[in-house]
Ligand binder design. Structure first.
Ligand code: FMN
Length: 351
């Protein structure tokens, strides 16, 4: 009889997924830009904040629910837009969406998804956001905006940090050929670059233009400075995701948790601030909330869940995070998300 509890934390999920995935797919998902300093820093920087335990706060009934852009979620953890879930499981985004919907959280579907985004919207009754770029072809951007609305997507996530391709050395070494998302039109004969992809010439005017073309909330993703938070707000964005793309685009940036306070200060309470990058423990989630994030996203862990056990694997990843968030909230004397404030954390001096 197998009595193994299976992976008990997100690191063990990654280890098991690594055994199951082809090396080049594992490397594509786990890897980052050049020396992967930012990948590592996103993780390590969470350690530079310590929790301040509090006792006797009646934590008998914990409520992890909160809202993101007015949508109620069962916990402050959302699934980040990531291309090609089929790399990790044949059911791909369909499995992820069912897990997110039954758990009561939001899936942001990538522009590079391996599922047609309109079909996916029919797979469950949950909350979906669509991620896109300011495409080279404005007509294509316009058509995605209206198709997203029509299909029932509730917000648009515009990824702004991908105007220039990164250098990912694992992929170069593995001669990795990235597959094209199924939602892009096929390239015409001799058409270079193929349609899709972020426009390297895009400016703040393009973000303003996107906002003017839709009545869905616009979430600007890939912001790492207070200056850019202010410009996002001026362009009409409803929320910002503090993100360095999980260290996959520009290496040598600060960790996202390190720039969160700067972003929150620049938002002046006007727009919601979300965060992704290296979130692997419930304590990371609580620290991000204490520093002013409304919620966080996980990227790579959703692939580890899919690779280990499809829909059930993603559900288990979310359950583990929920259990760890509960422990952290209880031991810091915070029964609700609203009660998590800046006094939950303190900057830990270097050892
Ligand atoms: C395999 C993979 C594919 C990704 N594809 C996209 C994408 O298509 N669009 C996007 O905005 N971000 C993409 N991301 C970045 C995630 O949205 C997110 O910013 C990042 O994964 C968060 O860091 P974490 O993986 O440490 O949780 C991708 C990330 C991974 C790991």
């Amino acid at each position: 009889m197998n009595t193994s509890p299976g992976p008990i934390n997100l690191f063990e999920f990654e280890a098991l997924a690594k055994e199951r995935l082809p090396k080049e797919e594992y490397d594509y998902i786990a890897g980052g830009a050049t020396d992967e300093i930012s990948v590592e820093r996103n993780r390590r920087a969470f350690e530079s904040w310590a929790l301040r335990p509090r006792v006797l706060g009646n934590v008998s009934a914990l409520d992890l629910s909160t809202t993101v852009l007015g949508t109620k979620v069962s916990l402050p953890v959302l699934l980040a837009p990531c291309g090609g879930h089929k790399k990790a499981h044949p059911e791909g985004e369909f499995a992820t969406y069912r897990a997110a919907a039954s758990f009561g959280t939001i899936l942001a579907v990538s522009a590079n998804a391996s599922a047609p985004f309109e079909e996916l919207a029919k797979a469950a009754t949950g909350h979906l956001w669509l991620q896109l770029y300011s495409f080279r072809d404005r007509e294509m951007t316009k058509s995605w905006l209206s198709r997203a609305k029509e299909a029932g997507y509730e917000a648009l996530c515009i990824t702004l940090d991908s105007q220039w391709p990164p250098k990912r050395e694992r992929n170069i070494r593995n001669n990795y050929k990235q597959t094209r998302g199924v939602n892009y039109p096929k390239a015409g004969p001799g058409e270079t670059p193929a349609p899709g992809g972020a426009d390297p010439a895009a400016t703040w005017k393009d973000l303003e233009w996107i906002k003017s073309q839709t009545n869905l909330p616009v979430v600007a993703k890939g912001i790492m400075t207070g200056e850019d938070v202010e410009l996002c707000a001026q362009a009409g964005a409803d929320a910002v995701i503090v993100s360095n793309h999980g260290g996959r685009h520009l290496d040598n940036t600060l960790a996202t948790i390190e720039v969160l306070s700067e972003a929150v200060a620049a938002a002046k309470g006007g727009i919601e601030i979300l965060l992704d990058g290296g979130v692997r423990r419930g304590a990371d989630v609580v620290k991000a909330l204490a520093l002013g994030a409304k919620a966080v996203f996980i990227g790579r862990p959703l692939f580890w869940g899919l690779a280990v056990d499809g829909e059930q694997g993603v559900t288990r990843v979310l359950e583990i995070l929920r259990e760890e968030i509960e422990i952290t909230m209880a031991k810091c004397g915070r029964p609700t998300i609203a009660s998590i404030d800046s006094t939950v954390v303190v900057k830990a001096p270097p050892l």
